[in-house]
Design a protein around this ligand. Structure first.
Ligand code: SF4
Length: 102
């Protein structure tokens, strides 16, 4: 393999690898329950695990999928929420800012 061909090949591999990593990073951009914003809002991925003593108005029927702020379709497993920037929340998640979709 000539040097110039080798250089082109290496550039192609690096470019392709970077694209795959960027796609994976975007797909995995989910809220961490331990993030400062998540803990401040009491966000959990599973609405059934919300502390009933701490949030007495919470019910298991309340979840991100039927919240006004859920940016996806109700059938999407994960979608954006403006309270968490570019990160996604779970359809079955919940936080204390929950507002039932009209
Ligand atoms: S505001 Fe609504 S969609 Fe966003 S995390 Fe809280 S319950 Fe889920």
């Amino acid at each position: 393999m000539k040097n110039s061909n080798r250089r082109v090949f290496i550039c192609q591999v690096v470019t392709a690898s970077s694209a795959v990593l960027a796609t994976q990073a975007m797909a995995q951009a989910r809220v961490d329950e331990k993030d400062a914003q998540a803990t401040a809002l009491g966000y959990l991925h599973d609405t059934t695990k919300v502390d009933a003593k701490k949030y007495p108005k919470h019910t298991a029927a309340q979840k991100c999928a039927n919240c006004q702020l859920y940016a996806g379709k109700p059938t999407d497993a994960w979608a954006g929420c403006p309270l968490f920037g570019a990160k996604q929340v779970a359809a079955n998640g919940w936080c204390s800012a929950y507002a039932k979709k009209a």
